[in-house]
Structures are given as structure tokens and as C-alpha cells.
Write a protein that binds this ligand. Structure first.
Ligand code: PEP
Length: 253
């Protein structure tokens, strides 16, 4: 049976009361496979959302962390802090963090290691810009990100990391990669991981597609062999849309 993870990435949206309202409406939807769904929310919403999701099977994630356990890093949040709240997932290396907050493959790699050690599942984002896609070098670029991000991560831990292939030109633009383009890159990433580790490990990875996924295009993307779910930005802010995407995944064997 194919594995899926449908992850909402709220980005910098929803106050605590808005988050509470959203989760109440999501619960009312009665998702058929809640265990393959999670919401990645702002730090300020984590406690409230965690409590609101109790007993639903839906997972909760953060959108960033620091790799050090504690110390003089004003404004940062550590992995032990997230662990104590009881979060399941943490988005790492989102293109917005790479672009606006100087996230590099070196810091991404350290964060992945800190999360794995704590037993929190990282959702690692990789993907190329429009410029790189137009040059036709997207595979070289994304392979470089994967190799650098997984540096020093052993075979026993590797597939604990969820990967989100997110072409930057498709994020928040309404422009989706075609199912064939998305499948080609997700299959390519699986091949890179099989090369670093082995085929069995490569096959075990959850590889998501992210970039303007919505109810109207989710099914055909999710039906592709190497696409195990989605990282969803804009559409995850609307309960009806997010639930429809979750149900599209739930309907695929
Ligand atoms: C994202 O933020 O990871 C994303 C894919 O956004 P959107 O769905 O809005 O393109």
C-alpha cells in the first residue's frame, strides 16, 4: 500500500484563535485517514493546536528550529523546546527560509541531525528556481542539495526524513508542475537517495510534491508512483481545500 503524508504549511498565518477555529472545522470534516495528515503551524500556535488535535490522529509540525540545544541565539527555538510540546514534524530548508533567512545546506544538515536525534520527523524541502529550470540544470541542482543535506546521515536514519520536492517557480504562484514534471523529479530524487544508500532505503522514503497543490490538481499528482503526498501552502489555509486534498490521498490505494 502506498504511503502518503499530506502536510499543511501555514507559513506566517493564523493567530491562536484563528488556529483553534481552523482545527475545530477540520475535525468536523471527519477525515478518513487522519494519520496521513499533519499541519505545520507558527510557533505561537503549537500548544493550542497540539491540544485541539488530541485524539484525532492528525499530526502537528513546526516550520523551523535551531540546531543547538540552547544558548545565546535570540529569537530562535530549539529542538528540545519543540520536543517538550510533543510535536511530530518540522519543516526544514523551505525555499522561503533559504531565500530570506540565509538557510544553507550546512545549517539544514545540522537541523536534520538535531531533529532525528530527538525523534522528530523532518520535512526537508528541496527544489530549483525558475532560472535553473530554464537552464535545464534542475536535476544537477537538486541532487546537489540532497547530497549536501544528507551528509553524514546514516542509512538507519535516512528514510526517517520526509522530502518535499518544491520547484520554487510553483510555490504560491498558482503555477503547478505538471504531474509528469513532478513525478520525474520525485523519481529522480528517489534515485539519488538509492545511490547514496541502497534501493530498499530509497523506496522507503516519503517524497512529497509541493507547489500550488489544490483540490483540482491533487489527485493526478498524488496518483503518480513516486509522489507520496504534498506540502501545501495556500490551500492548507482553507479547511475545505485542505480536507479535499487529504481525501484525494485517502482514496488512492
Ligand atoms: C509551500 O509553502 O510549501 C507551498 C507549496 O506553497 P503553495 O502551496 O502555496 O504553493
Amino acid at each position: 500500500m502506498k504511503k502518503f503524508l499530506i502536510a499543511g504549511n501555514w507559513k506566517m498565518n493564523k493567530t491562536e484563535s484563528e488556529a483553534e477555529e481552523f482545527i475545530a472545522a477540520l475535525k468536523a470534516k471527519g477525515l478518513s485517514k487522519p494519520e496521513q495528515v499533519c499541519v505545520c503551524v507558527p510557533f505561537t500556535d503549537l500548544r493550542t493546536v497540539k491540544k485541539a488535535l488530541e485524539g484525532t490522529g492528525i499530526g502537528i509540525g513546526a516550520q523551523n528550529c535551531h540546531f543547538e540545544e540552547s544558548g545565546a541565539f535570540t529569537g530562535e527555538v530549539s529542538v528540545p523546546m519543540l520536543k517538550e510540546i510533543g510535536i511530530d514534524y518540522c519543516v526544514i530548508g523551505h525555499s522561503e527560509r533559504r531565500e530570506y533567512f540565509n538557510e544553507t545546506d550546512v545549517s539544514v544538515n545540522k537541523k536534520l541531525k538535531a531533529l532525528i536525534q530527538a525523534g522528530i520527523t523532518p520535512i526537508l524541502c528541496v527544489g530549483e528556481s525558475l532560472e535553473i529550470r530554464e537552464q535545464g540544470t534542475e536535476q544537477t541542482f537538486v541532487a546537489g542539495q540532497v547530497i549536501a543535506d544528507f551528509d553524514g546521515i546514516g542509512i538507519a536514519d535516512a528514510a526517517k526524513i520526509v522530502i518535499a520536492y518544491e520547484p520554487i517557480w510553483a510555490i504560491g504562484t498558482g503555477k503547478t508542475a505538471t504531474p509528469d514534471q513532478a513525478e520525474e523529479m520525485c523519481a529522480f530524487i528517489r534515485g539519488v537517495l538509492s545511490g547514496i544508500y541502497d534501493n530498499e532505503t530509497g523506496d522507503a522514503f516519503i517524497i512529497q510534491y509541493g507547489g500550488s497543490m489544490k483540490p483540482g490538481n491533487a489527485k493526478e499528482l498524488l496518483e503518480k508512483k513516486d509522489i507520496n503526498g504534498g506540502l501545501i501552502g495556500g490551500a492548507s489555509l482553507k479547511v475545505d481545500d485542505f480536507a479535499a486534498i487529504a481525501e484525494a490521498a485517502a482514496g488512492i490505494e
